[in-house]
Design a protein around this ligand. Sequence first.
Ligand SMILES: Cc1cc2nc3c(=O)[nH]c(=O)nc-3n(C[C@H](O)[C@H](O)[C@H](O)COP(=O)(O)OP(=O)(O)OC[C@H]3O[C@@H](n4cnc5c(N)ncnc54)[C@H](O)[C@@H]3O)c2cc1C
Length: 358
Amino acid sequence: MDVLSVGGTVSVNAHGLDFRAGSLSSTIRSLRVMTADGVVHRVSPDVEPELFEAVVGGYGLFGVVLDVELELVDSEMYRLRSRTIEHRDLPEVFAAQVAGDDAVRLTYTHLSTAPGSLLQEAIVYTYERTGTDEEVPPLRERASDRTSRLVFNLARTGDLGQRVKWGAQKHVLPRVRGCLESRNEALREMEACMVARNQAMYESLGFLRNRLPQYTDVLHEYFLPHEQIVPFLDELRAQLGEHDAQLLSASIRSVHREDVVLDYAQGERFSVVLYLSQEVSEAGNEDMASLTRALVASSLELGGTFYLPYQQHYTREQVAQAYPRLEEFVATKRRYDPGLRFQNSFWVRYGPQPEERP
Ligand SMILES: Cc1cc2nc3c(=O)[nH]c(=O)nc-3n(C[C@H](O)[C@H](O)[C@H](O)COP(=O)(O)OP(=O)(O)OC[C@H]3O[C@@H](n4cnc5c(N)ncnc54)[C@H](O)[C@@H]3O)c2cc1C
């Protein structure tokens, strides 16, 4: 189940494990977009930059993205390493052992969702160049996907399941990962887990399938200055204690400022991705709305922002605070689409209201 389209991914300016490249926008050479008047523009950071910076991360409000030319890099073999740390050490570990180590090319961090260590213990994964000439195998379905699905779904079964899940993430998953044995003698002796870059970035979303119809899963994402990650996680832990929503998974990645109008990063940021489960009911919706608004308020207070693709429980004031170029976004929209041909719920809720329109 791979459900994300090229046009949708460009229109949210998606990001992933490559903290050095940053989000998708920095790897787009050019794209073609058909605007409301039927004209096809080929835009790039140098050609019609105003339209380019609005379309990328622009939620489809400027036209239809037809195709995209991306900057590509070769796949290469990495050694996968994991370290279990305390959450408060994350900024230091990231600076010294991740960003500060040029061999590290990809990274992400899993936070504990188990009672006892909730959001206080973390596993930092790094994918490192080894300097050896390892052969890159073709992309394959991972044998470990089934185990990952099983481990992930343990989180749905309550406290005991959460404890077993965190234990498995620390101790079992490292052993069943689809590692390849190195051809290099020294690396083989270290029992190095070798993974191709393409393989590391390939994620089938099938393991997220939820078979319980009375519950649904909801994503959140917040972007925090590095020095504010610990207070944010502490506030998140407190908020979870006051809400019914269950945290199934929490992870951290890293992004930086991009030249797009609705830039969510605006600087070096840790991104906190939450995968939550809520009851399908009025009460479940209300609980999720209140949790979202509280977490958005906390991230804004700490100088952070939040990601826009997910449920729209945040307020207009919160969007305006997180995205200081929102007015420019609206002005560019009016210039390219004066008849408002392209609309969506983001525009209707957070764009100018009827009484504010000229
Ligand atoms: C399980 C899951 C995991 C995710 N993981 C990540 C992640 O790791 N990193 C990340 O950054 N995001 C992540 N996301 C968010 C994801 O990138 C966005 O939801 C993205 O929009 C999905 O693409 P889509 O094709 O479903 O777009 P849609 O949801 O269909 O559309 C998103 C927006 O793009 C617009 N759009 C779609 N196609 C076009 C087009 N051709 N031209 C112009 N506008 C268009 C739509 O109007 C809409 O505003 C995840 C989402 C899910 C559900």
